[in-house]
Design a protein around this ligand. Structure first.
Ligand code: F6P
Length: 342
């Protein structure tokens, strides 16, 4: 058979390792052929593709980003999008797609599967917010990157007796903030799931500093929101894909902390540093496992599924069920983080 692969949405560490896993399994075990579509769904909408074989995948295991390119375009942004996707697949004699993406890309995949395109999904995102899987690839690397940064910020905050507010990614969920916050020994962690009370945060910091600690690290997810009516936060701008461009909540939090407590406060936005670079060992294994498993599902014709990592196994879940809601931070783990608040 011939399989098409695409990577959509924001990039993340491990995308290339998934592609490599798909190609290896296809070529060496099944004698199948793989073609890569460029820049997410755009490659299928505009017929832009590249052949993929084992030789082309040399060195991809450790390489960050995606050799196929990515974008946030989706077929349903265009009246004739689905027909264009089907026409491109037919021109390339592609029997099925392997769609590697996050919430937006996989939602489009679920819809286009219902419209007659055979496909298998692979859950990607540093945010780890895809339902049906305990882990998306890229998350572990992002948590490690954020933790390394928090470790470094501790020493400079301590030297200057400062509060540092660190903003991490996580537009709807606080998985990165919670994990990196716990791993990095953050003073306070703010997540989108629980609106924050700036008065209570300042009181906690005062309490800590009264007890003789004069520096603090506050980790805030970019999608964190204040308790309604308690603070004014500027509305985010919306990009051409209808995606809110977040980033900057740390400035509001830091200004309030400094004004209300008098503690000197700085901000650090980790931003896309969390998405770039080589995947961690765990993400290399998970991505490879996902790639191999997705190719197996495609070869067996088990379409409309998503490969998922649960209880230390990669299994298949129904894609439509995985994209119906997001996976939020575990309340138990949030409680663990809160245990260390002052
Ligand atoms: O892929 C998800 C994500 O990492 C979000 O946490 C973040 O808001 C978004 O990507 C930013 O993406 P971009 O700047 O590429 O639009």
């Amino acid at each position: 058979m011939k399989v098409g692969v695409l990577t959509g949405g924001g990039d993340c560490p491990g995308l290339n390792a998934v592609i490599r896993g798909v190609v290896r399994k296809a070529e060496r075990e099944y004698g199948d052929v793989v073609v890569g579509f460029l820049d997410g769904w755009s490659g299928l909408l505009e017929d832009r593709a590249m052949p993929l074989d084992v030789e082309a995948c040399r060195g991809l295991l450790t390489r960050g980003g995606t050799v196929l390119g990515t974008s946030r375009y989706q077929p349903y942004m265009f009246d004739d999008g689905v027909e264009r996707v089907k026409a491109t697949m037919a021109r390339h004699f592609v029997d099925a797609l392997i769609v590697i993406g996050g919430e937006g890309t996989l939602s489009a995949a679920s819809r286009i599967y219902a419209d007659g395109v055979p496909l298998v999904g692979v859950p990607k995102t540093i945010d780890n917010d895809i339902n049906g899987t305990q882990r998306t690839f890229g998350f572990d690397t992002a948590v490690q990157t954020a933790t390394d940064a928090i470790d470094r910020l501790h020493t400079t905050a301590e030297s200057h007796d400062r509060v540092i507010v660190v903003e991490v990614m996580g537009r709807h969920v606080g998985h990165i903030a919670t994990w990196a916050g716990i791993a990095g020994g953050a003073t306070i962690v703010l997540v989108p799931e629980v609106p924050f009370d700036i008065g209570a945060i300042c009181e906690s910091l005062r309490r800590r500093h009264r007890r003789g600690r004069f520096s603090s690290i506050v980790v805030v997810a970019e999608g964190a929101v204040p308790v309604p009516g308690s603070l004014t936060v500027a509305e985010p701008t919306i990009d051409e894909y209808g995606h809110a461009r977040l980033g900057g909540i740390c400035n509001v939090v830091a200004e309030e902390i400094e004004q209300r407590t008098g503690f000197e406060t700085r901000v650090t936005v980790l931003g896309h540093v969390q998405r770039g670079g080589t995947p961690s060992a765990l993400d290399r294994v998970l991505s490879t496992w996902y790639g191999v498993a997705a190719m197996r599902a495609a070869h067996e014709g088990d379409f409309g599924t998503m490969v998922a990592f649960n209880n230390n196994k990669v299994e298949r879940r129904r894609l439509d069920e995985c994209v119906s809601t997001l996976k939020y931070a575990d309340p138990d783990l949030l409680e663990v983080a809160r245990t260390f608040f002052p």
